[in-house]
Design a protein. Sequence first.
Length: 227
Amino acid sequence: MESRLPDVLPSDPMHWAAAWLAEATARKLRRNPNAMTLATVDGDGRPSSRVVLCKAFHADPGYLVFYTNYRSQKATDIKANARVAVNFHWDSLGRQVRMQGTAIRSPQRESDQYFATRDWGSQLGAWGSDQSSQLESRAALLHQVQERAATLGVSVSADLQTLTGEGPPDIPRPPHWGGYRIWPERIELWIEGADRIHDRAAWTRSLKARGENEFSGGPWSGNRLQP
Ligand SMILES: Cc1cc2nc3c(=O)[nH]c(=O)nc-3n(C[C@H](O)[C@H](O)[C@H](O)COP(=O)(O)O)c2cc1C
């Protein structure tokens, strides 16, 4: 495990971040090593943050993916302002990755493919929850999920734990649920050092929109930063 960044900064910081994520995942350091804090800003400029799971990390061409409800607060924020920030922190590795970039919806086909890999409980949950909307009670939510399951032809027990119908259900992806790709234009790698003399470097690149869900990124250019 490296204790500092190389003297000559690498030109591929996304590969470094991907390797750190892979290492945290392989070493099972915590339940969700792919958890990241996602910060968004609403139409009035108010920031908010929450944890989401990074479900894909493509060092080339350089974007990461999370899944959510397209009517949630974060999705409403992204509609008003697509600029977002994410933060990974692996405490026991003494590493942090920060990114700033632009979020755009994943291609529908990709969201379909990912949704199909989820278990039926999570699939029903995506239909059953109007994420970020107000709720009368926990019981009302369970009832809502059960009712929506029924409209999909899926029969579940009142506690949503067991299927009561026949065979595994074929549940389609809700149109209001899917992925976002985050394309960073700034990335910072941080390694904890003794006496708070941490090692930090930040890289930037330019992004050019290319089609509906794509960007092309220029080369990364990095600088060391004081801790
Ligand atoms: C470990 C962890 C993982 C989570 N993963 C996701 C996720 O991948 N997608 C998601 O929409 N919410 C996820 N959540 C819930 C979010 O933190 C948040 O409560 C929810 O998305 C609503 O946020 P919003 O109202 O700002 O849109 C996760 C929460 C935790 C603690």
